[in-house]
Design a protein around this ligand. Structure first.
Ligand code: A2P
Length: 272
């Protein structure tokens, strides 16, 4: 071995090999506090739309810093997409918000979660109710042909403080009708109902109030929640989840799970 070979071998051994590393393929920033990114997909990763995985970066201490993130891309996509907040002093998102194309992100290929179509009994209509980054699992589900095979109507309700925070979801919904892969499945089945609470927009107010006072039903020409015809999937803050769960239970809907499908399911939106 030459001296150069020895140096090269030593250097190669010193480079830490990231377990489960995937390569960033695109990054989109929406606001000072929100961004999405796409990474290569581990070959072994199979998931159901709506599930989440642990992702992260190598910490300064050499240990992986991982958080739960819903997969925002559909299960047929050859890449994985994630939608994240940026927290300036957040251990992970303070660093994750700076990733660039070509960087590496750790993705643990063990998907889990309750926001899956298998946890719901068949029905005519499904409501997706999200606040903030809670739209991520629905970004996956809205691109899954299976959703439109199971339901005649899909109502995507998304509440954010300001209009700019709706852009990830509104761009996605707008792209679906003409999407060459799933446009024909979506047809006119998907109805989008964005609301803002701290800035005026066509629908101002919390989704909880707008559901309870009948505004959503009136605006969309739909009947009130009914366990015979309606299913609900919820992903938001703890407060939102608790409040919508109560609205569902008052309307006679029961909480479902993977092992016992029923009328509604919920999951906390994960924060960095
Ligand atoms: P609000 O502005 O009235 O608090 P956050 O940014 O705090 O995570 O909230 C995201 C969005 O979710 C905001 O528009 C917020 O409204 C709304 N929100 C928070 N908690 C609830 C709740 N319990 N029910 C309905 N909407 C909620």
């Amino acid at each position: 071995m030459t001296e150069q070979n020895i140096i090269d071998t030593a250097k190669a051994q010193a480079v830490p090999v990231l377990p489960n590393a995937q390569t960033v393929t695109s990054v989109t920033h929406y606001t000072d506090f929100l961004f999405s990114f796409r990474v290569t997909r581990p070959q072994s990763l199979r998931f159901r739309s709506g599930e989440f995985v642990m992702i992260g970066l190598m910490g300064d201490n050499g240990k992986p810093l991982l958080r739960a993130y819903s997969i925002a891309s559909p299960n047929w996509d050859e890449e994985l997409e994630f939608y994240s907040i940026k927290v300036q002093d957040g251990p992970l998102t303070s660093k994750l918000q700076n990733i660039k194309v070509g960087d590496q992100v750790i993705v643990r290929p063990k998907p889990v979660g309750t926001l899956v179509l298998d946890a719901l009994l068949p029905a005519k209509r499904v409501y997706f109710i999200a606040t903030g980054t809670g739209i991520a699992p629905f970004a996956s589900l809205m691109r899954d042909p299976d959703l439109y095979e199971r339901f005649d109507e899909v109502i995507m309700c998304h509440t954010c403080r300001e209009v700019a925070e709706l852009k990830y979801g509104s761009d996605l919904v707008a792209s679906l009708a003409d999407d060459p892969l799933i446009g024909e499945f979506v047809g006119d089945k998907l109805k989008y109902y964005p609301t803002t609470t701290r800035e005026d927009s066509p629908h101002t107010g919390r989704i909880t109030e707008l559901l309870q006072n009948g505004t959503v039903a009136a605006d969309l020409g739909l009947p009130l929640l009914n366990p015979e015809t309606d299913r609900v999937m919820i992903c938001g803050s703890m407060g939102l989840n608790t409040d919508i769960k109560e609205i569902c239970e008052t309307a006679g809907l029961n909480e479902g799970s993977n092992s016992m499908p029923a009328e509604f399911v919920l999951e906390k939106a994960f924060v960095g």
